[in-house]
Design a protein around this ligand. Structure first.
Ligand code: SAH
Ligand code: DHB
Ligand code: MG
Length: 225
């Protein structure tokens, strides 16, 4: 068995044992409708979605910010961690993606708790900050990787001590560790990791992962002050 096939087989095993054999209708339908609408199949895996949900629950998160909605698959996992009066704002550039996501969130029963804001996140974030929302307990950054350092800076403005910032897709096929690589996504991810490692308000780590998303990884930062 090739390495990648083995990773997928183990993820299938873990998914069956840990997430149950019965398909979750709202999550399955979200992926089906995303696919039917031509959205790219780059959502978090089920096991990763559950990790996001557990992290949000460990945080006792009442407010969540997501940057990069796609069809709302990760949004459903995160939204389900919220209490009934919790709030999740997700930022999405592409109106077609946002439209699919809004339908998927409504079907999951999360229409009231979640809001998808359409437009470039770097335009939505200042507007959001102007509204002076309560600090977000968790920020999931998963959009255009070139802007990752800007998203980390905004996340710092929109969080407080105790908040958690999660950055997706930090491995870039291993290119993140090659200082000569000047792919904008790699440069953006490296700059975000630099901030994670050096910012006085952050305490961070990163994990390489294999599985349904092949070779990938997350970085996590706790806001400490
Ligand atoms: N979080 C989703 C996957 C997001 S994929 C999940 O795991 O289910 C990345 C998304 O970011 C895409 O939908 C893309 O359109 C969006 N995106 C790209 N550039 C963006 C930008 N500048 N502002 C907001 N969203 C952006
Ligand atoms: C890509 C983006 C993602 O957010 C992801 O989880 C996987 C792949 C991409 O742009 O290829
Ligand atoms: Mg991602």
């Amino acid at each position: 068995m090739s390495e990648a096939r083995l990773w997928h087989a183990v993820d299938e095993y873990f998914t069956g044992r840990l997430l149950g054999d019965d398909p979750d209708e709202a999550l399955a339908a979200a992926l089906r409708d995303s696919d039917a609408a031509g959205l790219p199949a780059i959502a978090v895996s089920p096991l990763q979605g559950k990790l996001l949900q557990l992290l949000a629950q460990l945080q006792g998160a009442r407010t969540i910010l997501e940057i990069g909605t796609l069809g709302g698959y990760s949004t459903i996992w995160l939204g389900r961690a919220l209490p009934a009066d919790g709030r999740l704002v997700s930022l999405e550039y592409d109106p077609r993606h946002a439209e699919v996501a809004v339908r998927n969130l409504a079907r999951a029963g999360l229409g009231e708790r979640t809001e998808v804001r359409v437009g470039p996140a770097l335009e939505s974030l200042p507007k959001l900050a102007d509204e002076q929302p309560p600090p977000f307990d968790l920020v999931f950054i998963d959009a255009d990787k070139v802007n990752n350092p800007h998203y980390v800076e905004w996340a710092l403005r929109l969080t407080a001590a105790g908040s958690l910032i999660v950055l997706d897709n930090v491995v870039r096929g291993g290119r993140v560790a090659d200082p000569a690589n000047d792919d904008p996504d790699v440069v953006g991810t490296r700059a975000a990791l630099e901030l994670f490692g050096t910012h006085p308000r952050l305490s961070a780590t990163a994990l390489q992962t294999v599985g349904d998303k092949d070779y990938d990884g997350f970085a996590l930062a706790r806001v400490v002050a």
